[in-house]
Ligand binder design. Structure first.
Ligand SMILES: Cc1cc2nc3c(=O)[nH]c(=O)nc-3n(C[C@H](O)[C@H](O)[C@H](O)COP(=O)(O)OP(=O)(O)OC[C@H]3O[C@@H](n4cnc5c(N)ncnc54)[C@H](O)[C@@H]3O)c2cc1C
Ligand code: SF4
Ligand code: SF4
Ligand code: SF4
Length: 1015
């Protein structure tokens, strides 16, 4: 049962924490440099009436289940702990009802879990252990005292369950823990270890209050009837005498409001009907009830308030989680939760206290607190890389604005709602169109760190962390040298690269992917001219020569790589100048001719020989008489498939239009009204060019789906949007007679199995007048030359090539768009690298770009200090300093695990400074580490695993160790076989033995099974 968590005893927890602190300067992976030190004596009274050192902490959820999690949240800055909800159903029964994995926090968060997976008594023990651990370590580490921390009970979901023995005594014991066994056990352990503690004294122990909690949040399940909610709240106020907050569902906003808000923010793919909206607590009955409960609270000298909000229920449509319904959190919830806060605050004239969670992060926390809303808790943001250490930044930001609770500033809140609804950061498109940052490499058992931007993202494997670091340090020459090793068009790619690296950047899941392209351009601007000046043709190392057909990015790259490594190369181009599509088709407002020329000079100075204006009817047979190798790189210039059923002859092809616009005196002549059909990057260029063409009054993009489904990069779509151009969505062009474009109106249908919503025609048509309609639905490869030269072709007419792009004719290669169809510049350069490598190997020449650099040297403390910090993109060289050098330190799986079940340990003799070990007994298989690991694999299944019981060992297939009582181990080997051994008796595979030795020597707490779990 890999999802069964096995809590540590208090003594085990403390010994582990203190041992790790001494050895590695961290506690459950949170480093001392990541601890938050509050301003001494600075306390506020929150809306619950608690005196707190900060109004910030983890929301009731995965991060507040085990004592260790709550402790690390404290160390990182949390001072208000919303403890994971307890209810009548618990433990095994609850676990059976929760499908795993149960968390998906790629962008907006989803989960299909609810209350604690421990039993209620176990949960209770965890919270008391956390209370004691915070009391002791807070003092020891100078972080404050435990009475400055709020332990907020969260209970659900029905009165009968709440009054039952289990939950009833849970609540009572949280209010007074003095008589409970766990309290006494913790106390006894501390008492027995006072001599080893430096700052925590006997007096601290004697005066430690047995009152763990002073407040409760009632977690209401969707569908919970209003009168039941009121009865429970009344019970908590009048019978339990607790400051009570009732958690509200965003469904109180009404279906239409929620649907409109989410659609406006680009989440139109979220599926939900109105049943929760009609079954949940209704707004009007809610405000009447809250008024009544407030009055009762006042009578009893207690606080009453509302917690906004619960997560938002949506249907599982894209296989996000293995359930039918899931609960949404994160970015899109912010607008909903704040809207509800505003509505309620208006109705209560700012007098209703609000505790808040829903999409809070470092970019909005201060504004939320400034409205008077507090405390504020987070879940989704700390499930992402940086994890719980993100609390440190949150606590520091809160410190700047926190005050005693004084009510809600309604006007300020109204302004904040407006800001959020209009802020790009909360729009779906802000994160670009990337579903997952993972790459397709298998996850290695050891030495797994990688920079996914470079290794899996960038097709030419540029040394990204290296040039980012050098540029930020001001060494533009060094940065440019690192770039030029893999990249033959640094300026062009610095301006136009489609940036597949960004899709994998770790920062994408933190704040915003690094602007590698901009940094590259900065390096090129600063150092490329000097680099060119210093470049001279290298010696020729072979008599074999190569011919390249086509001087586009692919052809020039092939020529440069070959010439650089000692082969004579001649390039034959039909046009009068270099760089093909980039020079002749891509609009001049995107890249200047000077920038293209700068890259061309790199090739010229290397000694590549160019022939322009050549006969396009090249003959491979003829060329092979002079050249040992022929590289065909002729691009993809054929007409796009017809975008209309009738009137194709009246459509102007995108390439023809852009050719005219770029190369004809006065640009293209297209009349006053122009439509562009398509939604890829070329379509975006066309509509922007059309809008700039002489005489054009209106240029419109026509697309049969909606913006989120456009194949263009989000950056290009944003540019079209920022220029105020119209995008007509859900219109499928049918015919064009030279004056009227007839379009069928469409609607989005249900998602298919891949989660993509297709479109269906409505059978109604719109006739739109246009002087010109441009077809931009994808150029084709002109394949006649392949046939003419006898190259084997596939069904589409494309040349058949092997894995190094050699065609059916030996030593004749086909690369770039001419091989792939319309693609990108960086993929054209990547093709060139592959083909050239084969040619150089054949000629026994060295391949200079295959020399991999050592990992980038960075101060690890400095990198760790930056983890967990959300930093907005920086314009300029300093952008490089946002890089986390993921090839030097990854550890993302340790950060994102809410249970700290993945740990990094120091093991000598490896490339990575720390190795990852998985602790089965702390893992509940939530799946979060699998989402964020940059490899294809899943850390909780693929890393060396320590088991704490025979039962869990047998139920798993993970490679790893079960320590047995007599000092031996039961080991599952990489081939799946299981054997018993002593460390010294049997050779384990390389890696496993070193990891085990390190665990035995320095991390014995991780090998020791918790009480009750021993094999
Ligand atoms: C409008 C538009 C915008 C684009 N924007 C971007 C972008 O922002 N970022 C990006 O990465 N990619 C972009 N692309 C794609 C990118 O331009 C291509 O992927 C890239 O140019 C392909 O390089 P290539 O060398 O394979 O082909 P090409 O650039 O097409 O070069 C082929 C060369 O071969 C020559 N040639 C063809 N036939 C013969 C012959 N028979 N004999 C001699 N010479 C011949 C051509 O004249 C041309 O110079 C865009 C494409 C278009 C159309
Ligand atoms: S943070 Fe740096 S090393 Fe990590 S993926 Fe992004 S650019 Fe690459
Ligand atoms: S190790 Fe992974 S799957 Fe297990 S609890 Fe942690 S994040 Fe979830
Ligand atoms: S997330 Fe963990 S397992 Fe994956 S590469 Fe990073 S350190 Fe390794």
């Amino acid at each position: 049962m890999g999802d069964l968590m096995q809590p540590l005893s208090f003594g085990h927890l403390m010994s582990w924490a203190l041992e790790e602190l001494r050895l590695d300067g961290s506690v459950f992976g949170v480093r001392e440099s990541q601890f938050w030190h509050p301003e001494p004596g600075r306390l506020i009274t929150d809306s619950f009436g608690d005196r707190l050192a900060s109004p910030v902490g983890p929301a009731a959820g995965p991060q507040t289940q085990l004592a260790g999690n709550i402790l690390v949240a404290y160390l990182a800055g949390a001072r208000f702990m919303e403890l994971k909800t307890v209810q009548q159903i618990d433990g095994e029964e609850l676990r059976r009802a929760v499908a795993k994995p149960c968390i998906q926090a790629q962008d907006e968060g989803y989960n299909c879990e609810w209350s604690t997976e421990l039993t209620v008594p176990q949960a209770y023990d965890e919270y008391v252990k956390a209370y004691f651990a915070i009391a002791v370590l807070g003092r020891e580490l100078g972080l404050g005292t435990v009475d400055e921390v709020g332990f907020n009970i969260s209970v659900g979901y029905d009165l009968e369950g709440l009054k039952g023995d289990k939950v009833n005594s849970y609540i009572d014991d949280m209010v007074d823990a003095s008589a409970t066994p766990v309290f006494q056990a913790c106390r006894a352990w501390v008492e027995g270890h006072l001599a080893q503690l430096t700052h925590f004294t006997r007096e601290d122990l004697d005066t430690l209050s047995p009152r763990v909690s002073r407040s409760v949040t009632l977690s209401t399940m969707h569908g919970c009837p209003a009168d039941e909610i009121e009865r429970i709240a009344m019970h908590l106020l009048t019978q339990k005498h607790l400051n009570t907050f009732v958690k509200c569902n965003p469904t109180m906003l009404g279906y239409q409001f929620a649907r409109d808000s989410l659609d406006r923010l680009g989440y139109d793919y979220l599926c939900f009907d109105d049943h929760h909206f009609t079954e949940d607590l209704q707004y009007t009955e809610a405000i009447e009830m809250f008024a009544r409960l407030s009055a009762v609270a006042r009578e009893h000298g207690l606080s009453f308030g509302i917690k906004l909000t619960n997560t938002f229920p949506v249907q599982v449509r894209r296989r996000e989680l293995p359930s039918e319904e899931m609960y949404m959190s994160g970015r899109p919830l912010l607008a909903l939760s704040l809207s509800l806060a505003l509505k309620l605050s208006r109705d209560f004239d700012g007098g209703m206290p609000i505790s808040f969670s829903g999409g809070v992060d470092a970019f909005n926390l201060r504004q939320i607190l400034a409205t008077g809303i507090q405390p504020v808790t987070v879940a989704t943001t700390i499930l992402k890389p940086g994890g719980v250490t993100r609390l440190r930044q949150l606590a520091s930001l809160a410190e700047e604005v926190m005050t005693d609770y004084q009510g809600i500033d309604v006007d300020r809140l109204a302004a904040l709602v407006e800001d959020v609804l209009g802020d790009e950061r909360y729009h779906k498109r802000y994160r670009e169109k990337i579903l997952s940052r993972k790459t397709d490499s298998p996850l290695p058992l050891t030495d797994c760190y990688k920079a996914p931007c470079q290794d899996g993202g960038c097709p030419i494997h540029q040394r990204i962390p290296e040039y980012l670091k050098l540029t930020a340090a001001g060494d533009l020459t060094g940065a440019f040298d690192a770039i030029a090793l893999d990249n033959t068009a640094p300026t062009i790619l610095g301006v136009l690269c489609s940036e597949p690296c960004r899709d994998h950047c770790t920062r994408l899941d933190i704040d915003q992917a690094i602007d590698m392209r901009g940094v590259k351009l900065a390096a090129a601007d600063g150092a490329q001219d000097a680099f060119i000046e210093a470049t001279a043709p290298p010696a020729l190392l072979t008599d074999a020569k190569a011919a390249v057909i086509g001087a586009g990015p692919a052809g020039i790259a092939a020529a440069m790589f070959l010439r650089r490594n000692g082969m004579d190369v001649e390039v034959f181009e039909r046009l009068e100048g270099p760089y093909g599509i980039v020079e002749y088709i891509i609009p001049g407002f995107r890249i200047t001719r000077e920038q293209i020329e700068r890259d061309y000079q790199l090739a010229v100075h290397l000694g590549v020989r160019f022939h322009f204006g050549c006969d396009p009817g090249y003959r491979v047979e003829e060329l092979k008489k002079t050249f040992a190798h022929v590289v065909i790189a002729t691009g993809s210039w054929g007409r796009c498939p017809s975008p209309v059923r009738e009137g194709d002859d009246n459509i102007l092809d995108a390439i023809d239009f852009l050719w005219q616009a770029n190369n004809h005196e006065g640009g293209a002549t297209v009349g006053q009204r122009v439509a562009v059909i398509g939604a890829g990057d070329v379509a975006m260029d066309c509509v922007r060019t059309a809008a700039r063409s002489q005489g054009v009054q209106e240029a419109i993009l026509v697309y049969r789906r909606t913006e989120p489904y456009m194949p263009a990069t989000q950056h290009e779509v944003n540019l079209v949007r920022s220029e105020g151009l119209t995008m007509e969505e859900l219109l499928a062009p049918v015919s064009y007679d030279g004056a009227t474009l007839r379009c069928e109106q469409m609607r989005l249908s249900e998602e298919d199995a891949s989660g993509r919503r297709s479109v269906v025609g409505l059978g109604t048509y719109l006739d739109l007048p246009f002087d010109t309609v441009i077809g931009a639905t994808g150029a084709t490869v002109e394949t006649g030359a392949y046939a003419r030269n006898g190259l084997a072709q596939d069904a589409r007419g494309l040349a058949e090539v092997d894995s190094v792009f050699q065609s059916s004719i030996e030593h004749v290669y086909v690369i770039g768009d001419g091989r792939l169809g319309p693609s990108t510049i960086v993929r054209a350069v990547a093709d060139a690298k592959t083909a050239v490598r084969a040619i150089l190997h054949h000629e026994h020449l060295r391949v200079d770009y295959d020399v991999r650099p050592a990992k980038v040297e960075r101060d690890q403390h400095e990198v760790h200090a930056r983890r967990g910090l959300l930093i907005a993109a920086i314009n300029g060289k300093a952008e490089g300093d946002r890089c986390l050098t993921c090839d030097v330190i990854c550890e993302v799986c340790t950060e994102v695990c809410p249970n700290r079940a993945n740990v990094a340990i120091t093991v000598p003799g490896f490339a990575d400074p720390r190795q990852i070990v998985h602790l089965d007994g702390l893992c509940n298989e939530c799946g979060n580490c699998g989402t964020f690991c940059p490899h294809a694999g899943l850390p909780y299944k693929d890393k060396i695993t320590i088991f704490w019981s025979r039962e869990t060992f047998d139920d798993s297939t993970n490679i790893g160790f079960l320590p047995l009582c007599d000092g031996a181990y039961l080991t599952r080997m990489p081939d799946g076989s299981v054997r018993e051994h002593r460390t010294t008796q049997e050779d384990l595979p390389e890696g496993m033995s070193q990891v085990l030795a390190a665990l035995e020597k320095d991390y014995s707490s991780m090998l020791a099974a918790p009480l009750g779990a021993q094999s």
